[in-house]
Ligand binder design. Structure first.
Ligand SMILES: Nc1ncnc2c1ncn2[C@@H]1O[C@H](COP(=O)(O)OP(=O)(O)O)[C@@H](O)[C@H]1O
Ligand SMILES: O=C(O)C1=C[C@@H](OP(=O)(O)O)[C@@H](O)[C@H](O)C1
Ligand SMILES: [Mg+2]
Length: 180
């Protein structure tokens, strides 16, 4: 997607579980005076139940259908920083919505970092079955090319506090804007 100031009022964060999409997205929204929206939180609010429960009742396929509707809806909103779920890039339609409607930032995290940051989490159903390291590895192999395919900007989060990452992105976007 070409960079213009309209794109910078729709900022979409993608990346694996534990990359910091929710945490950094909230901070970035504050810095840029945009609204913060998290697609997972919106799905939960809409359904009145949490994500593990949706997976339990409807399976991953049911969750993905709900996620696709939500991504379509949210990517049409202006003045937002949208934190997506890690698997949102799997569906072609989601990638098309994200890539064509806003500025996509891929928050990259190493496997070790993903593991560490999701260590105490029970709210990510895909990570609860079997060996978490193996699961994260497999998910990343499939998804990393998809994150890259739609990214306008790739940001390395390794060893850096969420606050610092958000500030760096904010500065980078300001520079991009003045360069127009
Ligand atoms: N850059 C960072 N440095 C240290 N901890 C982080 C960083 N980004 C996120 N975290 C922590 O990792 C956990 C997962 O972050 P979260 O924002 O939920 O990731 P995501 O939404 O990408 O799955 C949270 O406990 C958060 O505080
Ligand atoms: O990787 C995934 O497929 C998922 C990631 C989660 O979001 P986070 O990336 O914010 O953890 C959430 O959407 C759901 O549990 C599925
Ligand atoms: Mg999240």
């Amino acid at each position: 997607m070409t960079q213009d100031s309209a794109q910078l009022t729709r900022i979409f964060l993608v990346g694996p579980p534990g990359a910091g999409k929710t945490t950094i997205g909230r901070r970035l929204a504050r810095l840029r005076a945009l609204e913060f929206v998290d697609s997972d939180h919106e799905i939960e609010a809409c359904c009145g139940v949490d994500i593990p429960y949706i997976f339990e009742i409807e399976g991953e396929a049911g969750f993905r259908r709900r996620e696709a509707k939500m991504i379509d809806r949210l990517t049409q909103r202006d003045d937002i920083v949208l934190a997506t779920g890690g698997g949102s890039v799997l569906m072609d339609d989601n990638r098309a919505c994200l890539a064509s409607r806003g500025y996509v930032i891929y928050l990259h995290a190493t496997l070790e970092q993903q593991l560490q940051r999701t260590r105490n989490s029970q709210g990510r159903p895909l990570l609860n079955a079997g060996n978490r390291k193996q699961t994260l590895t497999t998910l990343f192999q499939t998804r990393d090319p998809l994150y890259r395919e739609i990214a306008d900007l790739i940001v390395e989060t390794r060893g850096r506090a969420a606050k610092a990452v958000a500030q760096d992105i904010h500065r980078h976007l300001n520079t991009s804007q003045t360069a127009l």
